[in-house]
Write a protein of this length. Structure first.
Length: 269
């Protein structure tokens, strides 16, 4: 009987070199930023020297390595991970969770959504329902992926008036996240989304039209077309993976008619 072996962990120097190449930073520039000699950094990358825990953390910080991947660097160097990944219901995240929920509630009657790094829905406010009319129930089975719901032909896509433009925006945003995180799950999601049929023309470059200052999301809602602009909020100094990977997208009316309609349809009005 053959006993399966654990997958071999890649050397920390090899991982650091990959992150440095991904960030397009020279050894010299990284060494200066991390206050280490270029010779020693070269030895670390080639495996001739073992970095201390402090050095691994400093290099990860200078390379803007996500917290989840910094833990992997520490493990590869023989150290225990230092960044926790807590549940949102954990007592230590109570203040952060309460702040997020206040933000969602206070944003009514406009839609707001909280997503994780994989673009899975964490929470949303009640006004998010305006986006979900006609979405196939299978797409709303947990875990609900916000990008899949938006661009799938059985999701929001048939109701988005400027689908080509919005699709290009979302795919560009996801492409940048794949480059920043090297997350294979995000890479697979990007490939899936690119395969979705899209009858609407997708611009090769996002260029503003006359009077445009951002790309709106235009969604048909009954006999109306709602127009939204959005902002994305993140925690500024997270030391927990869950908080670091969380983002809150707030949708605002891009015109008076959209604001008036959402206010009129709000419960209790």
């Amino acid at each position: 009987m053959t006993v399966p072996t654990a997958p071999e962990r890649r050397p920390v120097g090899e991982l650091l070199r990959e992150w440095r190449d991904r960030r397009r930073i020279s050894q010299l520039d990284l060494a200066i930023a991390a206050d280490v000699s270029t010779r020693h950094l070269s030895f670390v990358e080639t495996g001739r020297a073992k970095p201390s825990r402090d050095m691994v953390l400093r290099l990860g910080e200078q390379l803007s390595v996500p917290l989840r991947e910094r833990n992997q660097l520490l493990l590869a160097a023989g150290f225990a991970p230092v960044y926790p990944a807590s549940s949102l219901d954990a007592p230590e995240l109570a203040a952060a969770t309460a702040a997020v929920r206040r933000l969602l509630a206070g944003h009514e009657p406009y839609p707001a959504v909280v997503i994780d790094r994989s673009w899975n829905l964490v929470e949303g406010n009640t006004s998010l329902a305006v986006f979900l009319d006609g979405v196939a129930p299978a797409l709303l089975e947990p875990p609900v992926n916000v990008l899949r719901v938006t661009l799938h032909p059985e999701g929001m896509a048939p109701r988005i008036d400027n689908l080509g433009e919005w699709r290009a925006h979302l795919l560009g945003r996801l492409s940048r996240e794949v480059a920043a995180t090297a997350d294979p799950g995000l890479s697979a999601l990007l490939a899936e989304l690119r395969d979705y049929p899209c009858a609407a023309p997708e611009p090769e470059v996002e260029l503003p039209g006359p009077g445009d200052f951002l790309i709106p999301l235009r969604v048909r809602h009954g006999d109306h077309v709602l127009s939204f602009l959005s902002t994305v909020a993140t925690f500024g100094t997270p030391l927990d993976i869950t908080l670091a990977e969380m983002s809150i997208e707030l949708f605002y009316p891009a015109d008076t008619a959209t604001g008036d309609l959402l206010t009129a349809e709000a419960p209790g009005r």
